[in-house]
Structures are given as C-alpha cells and as structure tokens.
Design a protein around this ligand. Sequence first.
Ligand SMILES: Nc1ncnc2c1ncn2[C@@H]1O[C@H](COP(=O)(O)OP(=O)(O)OP(=O)(O)O)[C@@H](O)[C@H]1O
Length: 318
Amino acid sequence: MPASSTALIVDELRKDFGPVPALDGRMLRVLHGVSLRADFGSVTTLLGTNGAGKSTTLACAQGLLKPDGGSVTLLGEDPSSANAALRSRVGVMLQDGGLPPSVRPVSLLRHLARMYRNPANVGELVRRLAIEDFAATSIRRLSGGQKQRVALAAALVGRPEVIFLDEPSAGLDPQSRHTVFELIGELREAGLAIILTTHLMDDAQRLSDYVYIIDSGRNVAEGTVAELTASAASESRIVDLTTNAPLNADSLHSSTGLTLTRRDGDHYRITGLHTAADLAAATAWLAHQEVLPSSLTLQARTLEDVFLDLATTKEEGA
Ligand SMILES: Nc1ncnc2c1ncn2[C@@H]1O[C@H](COP(=O)(O)OP(=O)(O)OP(=O)(O)O)[C@@H](O)[C@H]1O
C-alpha cells in the first residue's frame, strides 16, 4: 500500500537540449520550470500543443532524462538514480511504442511478464485490449493503433502503481479508443496514479481528474476540468451548428454582437451568449438568413475554449 496519496511531484523542472548549431552552439531550454503533482486513484493530464514540452516532462518524471534544474520525486525517490525495485512499480507507454519489431505481441507480453514477481494475467490483458485479433502478426506489421494497444498492455504487465501514458489515444479507431478509455477508468478505480499527455482537448476533458496546461515549457493553467472551464465567462454558452448554407460572421456580429467562427466544413460556432435573449437573437438571425441548420446544440465552455482563450491572451500579450 502506498504510504502517501501522492505518486509524483515535479517541482520547477528545467531541461536544456543541445548544443544547438542553429543557436550558435548554445543550449536550448525547453522546460522553464514545470511543476505538477499526481495522486493515486487519479488521472493527471498534461495538456499542450505540439512541442509544448509534455514528452520531455514525462521523460524527466520517469527518470529517462536528467533534469537541468528542479526536482522530481516518483514514489518517494529520485527516478534518475532509480533502482530496479522502483522501476518495477512504474509502467510506461511511450509515444512511439518502443516495441521490438520482430516479436509477436503475446510472446512479448509473456516474456515481459516473466520479469516481474507478480505480473498481471497476460491472457486477460490480451483479451481486454483485443490483442488476440492480431496475436500471430509480428509487431512490425501491426497498424499504429494495434501497436498502441500492445504498448499499453506492455506498460501494464508488471501491475504498476503508477502509469505514464504518452498520447494514449494516438492512432486509435473509435472502438479501440473507447476500450482504452474504459481501461484507464478501471485502473484509476483500482487506485493507480495515471499520468498522461495529450494535445486532444476531448481526451483531456473526458479522462482527467486534474489538468495541467503547459505551453512553451511553462505551466499556464491548472485545475479540474470543471475549474478550468468555470471562469468569469462561466455563464457564457456556445452554440454549435451545422449547415451547408454559408454564414456571414460580420452580419451576425452587427445585428446581435455575437461572434461566429467557422470550425470546419459545414460546422460553425457562435460564442458570447450570456442570456436567453442572446440565444433568441442568434436563432432569429438564422431565421432572417432563412437558414435551418441540420443540427444545433447549446453547450457550456469546453476545455478547448479555455485553451483557445489562453492562446489568444498569449498572442495579445506578445
Ligand atoms: N533531443 C532533443 N533535442 C533538441 N530539442 C528537443 C529534443 N527533444 C525535444 N526537443 C524540443 O523540445 C520541445 C518540447 O518537445 P516535447 O517532445 O517535450 O513536446 P510535446 O509537448 O511532447 O510535443 P508533442 O505533442 O509534439 O509530442 C520541442 O520544441 C522539441 O523540438
């Protein structure tokens, strides 16, 4: 039983890469003081755009990279000088899998299981992640999503107390994504500390107990999904709608003060609704345009909105 409720503490982590020729041989600082903590029985998410520093933070937290400043405490120890006993308590699923290409999935998992004193039931993992569908195929011939499922099974085979998942839903089809998410939920219920990275807001919103948003190697916001999505604008609502009629943002804005953005294809979003009258104004404007959307939903702010607000604030501050 873990003595503390906290599995991981990252404090003011700094990391440099280099020397970089493009910087005249100087070092490139990619983490400027990232801090986070992750508890048992909880999903802690690092959310950030490509290159924000998520994987580097995870690599330092796992002891794969040595920090240039700050500290990491994983299960009460410094992971960069960790022994086999600590490593056996930690499961790692890397972004590119890091799996041996010529081995078949089940042989690999059985081999890994033999390295642990109290391994998970390989047959159960294989069934749970539907690995039996491609059990006879060598890893090099697996699709990205299939490799991803094997990598997750490999990370779980030692019955870890802490698991690191780098972009766990990358390359997964909707059904596999659902399976992986369900499994993450079960692991959380079983009391594991789950630390994951993603740049997908939907994943973060669906899975996380606590989210750290990082950008350019710095913490920019943190909280539960509910805390992050609540704010001064928490009363505001969003209307998402689908129509193949072209909509004009200037026309909506001049008649209602609301903001229209085209998300992709036929999808539009209207933001800035605070009252029932705003909603009525938006639909009245649509009626005036003689547009009957094929779908229309009203919702509260999402993590994506928080993220976009942060990006806008940064641009305005730049
Ligand atoms: N070995 C390295 N040498 C030099 N720069 C590196 C190295 N590894 C990462 N970087 C740089 O550090 C920054 C952070 O990279 P990192 O992979 O941690 O970001 P990330 O948030 O995980 O991004 P992604 O979502 O694309 O995986 C990026 O600018 C990247 O180019």
